[in-house]
Design a protein around this ligand. Structure first.
Ligand code: LLP
Length: 413
C-alpha cells in the first residue's frame, strides 16, 4: 500500500524506517508522506488539463500548517469551513483568491474575516446567510462573490453520517427552490452571484452519484443562464473515497476528473473541486505501540497506546483501517480486537482482526489515517494529542510536537 513498503521486513514510508520515527518522536504519532500528498494533489490538477479549474483542498481533512504549506506551494486552493481554518490557511501562505468558504453555519465574525481576507467565494447554504454576507460586504463597501450550494437530492451511497446530498440532510438549498433563491440573491447589491456549488457526501465509492449531481447542477446552470445570470464557476465539492482495504476498488482521481471534464466541456465554466480525503488519507499512518495482550473468555485483546481520542473513525463510522506491524516476523497469526486505553467499549481501532502475532513493545501502523485522523482527535480522558511528523525527501521531521500536560490545561482557571 503506497507510500508504505517493507524493506527487509521493516516497514518504511518513502524509504524512511517508521520505527525510527516512533522511537524518536514517541507514540502515538501520525506520520505523513509529503510525496504522496503532492502526488494526489497533482493527479487532480493534471487531470483537469486545459479545463479552467481550481483544486481547493478541504482543510478539515488534515489541517497541520506543514501540510497546508506543502499544498499552497504546489498551487492548491483551499476549501474552509471556519475562520479557524481560514487563519491556518493564511498562516501557511495560502492564496486568499483561491479560497472557498463552505459550511451551513457561518457566523457574522467568520464571514467578516473572510471578506477581510478577500477570499474567492462563499458557498452559501441559506437565504439568511446570503443576507448576512450581503450586509457585511455592504458595510465594507465591497461585493462578495457567492455560489449557492444546492442540495441535488442524490443518494451518495455512503455512511449515513457523511452523506449530505439528500433533502433530509441539513446541507444546501433544495435544488427545486434554487432558482427562486437565485432571484432573491440577484436583488442584493453587494453580492456577485456567479457560481453554483454542491457536495453530496464523502467516501464515495463510485462516480454514479457524482454524475447524477453534476448533471443536475449543469442543468441548473443552463436554466440560470437563460435568465441572464452570469454563472462563471461550478464547484462540485469533494467526496472521492479511498481504499481502506486492499480489495476496495475506488475510481482513480483521474477517472473522476475525466467524468467532470466531460460534463462541463465547452460551457465556459471554471470548475472547482474540494477534495480532502483523497489527497491526504493514503499519505498518513498512525504509529502506536502495543502495551499489553489479554484474553477475556474466548476473546483476545491487543491493548495499544493509541485510542479513540487519537483516531475516532472506527468508533464513529465503524471504519476499517488496516493495521501493519512495523517489523514483519514469522511467528504466526492471531485474531484480536485492537483497543486503546480509553474507558469506553467503543474505544477500538479494529475488531475481530486477523493480525500477525504481536507482543508488548511491538510497534504497529494504523494505515490510511491521514484524513480525519489527527483532525478529529481530542483530549478525551485527558490524553495529550499525538505528535505529527512528515517524511519528505528521504528524511523526516516533527511537524507538531506531542501535547504536554500543561497544554491540556491551557486557558483553564
Ligand atoms: N467539501 C465539503 C463542503 C465538505 O463537507 C467535505 C467533507 C469536503 C468538501 C471534503 O470531502 P472529502 O473529499 O474529504 O470526502 N469525518 C468523516 C468525513 C467527513 C466529511 C465532511 N465533509 C470521515 O472520517 O469519514
Amino acid at each position: 500500500m503506497r507510500p508504505l513498503a517493507y524493506e527487509e521486513h521493516v516497514l518504511t514510508m518513502d524509504g524512511v524506517e517508521l520505527s525510527r520515527i516512533a522511537s524518536k518522536a514517541g507514540t502515538p504519532c501520525y506520520v505523513y508522506s509529503a510525496a504522496e500528498i503532492l502526488k494526489n494533489y497533482r493527479a487532480y490538477d493534471d487531470s483537469f488539463g486545459d479545463q479552467p479549474h481550481t483544486v481547493c483542498y478541504a482543510v478539515k481533512a488534515a489541517s497541520n500548517l506543514s501540510i497546508l504549506r506543502l499544498l499552497a506551494g504546489a498551487g492548491a486552493g483551499f476549501d474552509i469551513v471556519s475562520a479557524g481554518e481560514l487563519f491556518r490557511v493564511l498562516k501557511a501562505g495560502g492564496d486568499p483568491a483561491k479560497i472557498v468558504f463552505s459550511g451551513v453555519g457561518k457566523s457574522g465574525a467568520e464571514v467578516d474575516a473572510a471578506l477581510e481576507a478577500g477570499i474567492f467565494a462563499f458557498n452559501c447554504e441559506s437565504e439568511p446567510e446570503l443576507a448576512l454576507v450581503d450586509s457585511l460586504a455592504h458595510r465594507r463597501g465591497i461585493k462578495a462573490r457567492v455560489a449557492l450550494r444546492v442540495n441535488p437530492d442524490v443518494d451518495a451511497a455512503t455512511h449515513d453520517y457523511i452523506s449530505t446530498g439528500r433533502l433530509a440532510h441539513k446541507f444546501g438549498i433544495d435544488i427545486g427552490d434554487a432558482e427562486t433563491v437565485y432571484e432573491c440573491a440577484r436583488r442584493r447589491e453587494n453580492l456577485l452571484v456567479e457560481g453554483v456549488s454542491c457536495h453530496i457526501g464523502s467516501q464515495l465509492l463510485n462516480t454514479k452519484p457524482v454524475v447524477e449531481a453534476v448533471d443536475r447542477v449543469v442543468g441548473l446552470v443552463q436554466r440560470l443562464r437563460a435568465k441572464e445570470f452570469e454563472i462563471r464557476h461550478v464547484d462540485f465539492g469533494g467526496g472521492l473515497g479511498v481504499a481502506y482495504k486492499p480489495e476496495d476498488s475506488i475510481p482513480a482521481i483521474g477517472e473522476l476528473v475525466g467524468v467532470l471534464r466531460q460534463r462541463v466541456a465547452n460551457r465556459g465554466l471554471h470548475v472547482m473541486v474540494e477534495p480532502g480525503r483523497s489527497i491526504v488519507a493514503s499519505a498518513g499512518v498512525l504509529l502506536t505501540r502495543v502495551l499489553y495482550r489479554k484474553k477475556t473468555g474466548a476473546k483476545e485483546f491487543v491493548i495499544v497506546d493509541a485510542a479513540m481520542n487519537d483516531l475516532i473513525r472506527p468508533a464513529l463510522y465503524s471504519a476499517h483501517h488496516e493495521i501493519l506491524p512495523l517489523r514483519q516476523t514469522s511467528v504466526g497469526t492471531m485474531r484480536a480486537d485492537v483497543v486503546g486505553p480509553v474507558c469506553e467499549t467503543g474505544d477500538f481501532l479494529a475488531r475481530n482482526r486477523d493480525l500477525p502475532q504481536v507482543f508488548p513493545g511491538d510497534l504497529l501502523a494504523v494505515c490510511t489515517a491521514g484524513a480525519y485522523g489527527f483532525a478529529q482527535s481530542s483530549n478525551y480522558n485527558a490524553r495529550p494529542r499525538a505528535a505529527e511528523a512528515m517524511v519528505e525527501d528521504g528524511t523526516w521531521r516533527v511537524i507538531r510536537r506531542r501535547e504536554s500536560y500543561e497544554d491540556l490545561m491551557r486557558g483553564e482557571e
